[in-house]
Design a protein around this ligand. Structure first.
Ligand code: C5P
Length: 442
């Protein structure tokens, strides 16, 4: 699960570090979200290193992503420790003057607060009124502990120990959403764990993105998947194409269907049968694929662009079969022009208009170069394309294309973690979708 740990500006902020570690050790994806004041107590680098994710305090960072909305939607829970008197008063009033308060105001996930302050501040009617308001609003405010406070005093107001906050948060998360069974209540549930499968590229972190367990986790979701390879006609009988058979994209469509999603497969020259029970649109060229994607993606929860799209097409289509001239060694010169970059286009549209799939996933087949590893090229491509995830596939003549096995490194703009999935294309697809599923909740 994805847990935001919010940190208010109090001396107990140092204990939030322990709380972060408890969630991370339990296999959760953790986002540290301190207030500016919290950074007076603990440095940003500590939170970034322990969570493995970048830290922001302001809504004016990562503006094109509308970070507070994105974080609010992706979170499974927000746990605020320490919740200072000031932070709680801002939240009770519905203020949103930093990233944490704006995220809390936006989220539908459960919010758990562990107050920490001096006894006089805790007992002040203003604070007590704020706590009552917060509870009436549906937030979970844990009772502060009694004990030693900063300075000479002791009394009520001490932040509960990280282990106690962790347990309280687990209980709240397990009960949420009411009436529905949360994965952690399913017998045999194990918290998400690293998925190391050992491939040529080692993931940069010892944790993978969590892989969501359980059946039907994509029920109610609509997923558009492109598969296959485009063909760019030269004349009525010849084309420029590539070696993609569509196996990986078809496996993704099948896995998404099996996890409960409604699936629209846009197949470019598939060499394998499309799965039963999914909507299929067949296309040939990159421009046809573009039109089909733009039409299909609008209400999609995910758009997965696994098709190999030709970057270039012949500048001219010759209406009759190009003939060789008898007794001549002349060969025609084929002039090429650029095709539209569909992935880049859907990302730009979503940035400009807010329309399009909630999650946009690109694929990259890389052979590497003399200077760069495939992983380096993949990371650059993720940034260049601006998509949410990039599934990186190392290819060679007999690797990646047309095979039944695959190894994919999932790069993401949300986190630095880079899980590697290896196995049959069916298994790899299932793992990828279970990972992505966490980013399209509820
Ligand atoms: O740039 P490159 O072809 O390696 O990028 C691969 C990703 O971009 C794939 O997701 C592919 O479907 C998409 N793509 C595209 N339009 C193109 C070329 C690639 O959408 N013209």
């Amino acid at each position: 699960m994805r847990i935001i740990v919010g940190i208010g500006g109090g001396i107990a902020a140092y204990k939030a570090v322990m709380l972060l570690r408890l969630f991370a050790k339990d296999g959760h994806e953790v986002i540290a979200m301190p207030t500016e004041a919290a950074l007076e107590f603990v440095g940003k680098a500590t939170f970034e290193a322990l969570s493995g994710n970048p830290v922001s305090t302001s809504v004016f960072e990562r503006v094109p992503e509308v970070n507070h909305v994105r974080q609010a939607e992706l979170a499974d829970a927000i746990v605020i420790a320490p919740a200072t008197a000031d932070l709680m008063s801002r939240l009770a009033a519905g203020r949103c003057d930093d990233l944490l308060s704006a995220t809390v105001l936006t989220t539908h996930a459960p919010v758990i607060m562990a107050p920490a302050m001096h006894t006089q501040m805790w007992e002040h009617p203003a604070t007590q009124t704020n706590v009552q308001t917060l509870r009436e609003l549906g937030y979970h405010v844990i009772e502060p502990a009694v004990g030693r406070l900063t300075g000479p005093g002791s009394g009520v107001g001490r932040m509960p120990e990280p282990e106690d906050i962790f347990e309280a948060a687990q209980r709240v998360i397990a009960e949420f959403p009411k009436g529905e069974q949360h994965p952690s209540q399913i017998p045999g549930y194990t918290p998400t764990r690293p998925v190391h499968t050992g491939s040529a590229e080692e993931p940069s972190s010892s944790f993978a993105l969590g892989v969501e367990p359980g059946p039907g986790i994509l029920a109610g979701k609509h997923i558009v998947i492109t598969a296959g390879g485009t063909r760019e006609a030269l004349d009525p009988v010849r084309f420029l194409g590539n070696r993609s058979t569509g196996k990986q994209g078809v496996a993704l469509a099948q896995a998404a269907r099996d996890l409960g999603a409604s699936v629209h497969l846009i197949g470019a020259n598939l060499e394998v049968p499309a799965p039963e029970g999914v909507q299929v649109t067949r296309v040939v060229s990159a421009r046809e694929l573009r039109d089909a994607v733009l039409e299909a993606q609008n209400n999609a929860d995910m758009l997965i662009m696994s098709a190999a799209v030709a970057d270039f097409r012949p500048a001219e289509y010759v209406e009759y079969k190009i003939k060789k001239i008898a007794d001549s060694s002349d060969a025609p010169t084929i002039q090429l022009v650029r095709n539209p970059d569909i992935l880049r286009e859907v990302v730009e549209r979503r940035q400009k208009t807010g329309t399009g799939a909630r999650l946009i996933v690109g694929f990259a087949a890389e052979t590497g170069s003399a200077e760069r590893t495939p992983l380096e090229l993949g990371r650059e491509k993720l940034v260049r394309k601006g998509c949410d995830f990039l599934a990186l596939n190392t290819v060679g003549v007999n690797q990646g294309f047309g095979t039944d096995e695959n190894t994919i490194t999932l790069l993401s703009s949300f986190t630095d973690r880079e899980p590697v999935f290896s196995g049959s294309k069916q298994v790899v697809s299932d793992q990828i979708l279970r990972t992505l599923a966490q980013y399209v909740k509820p």
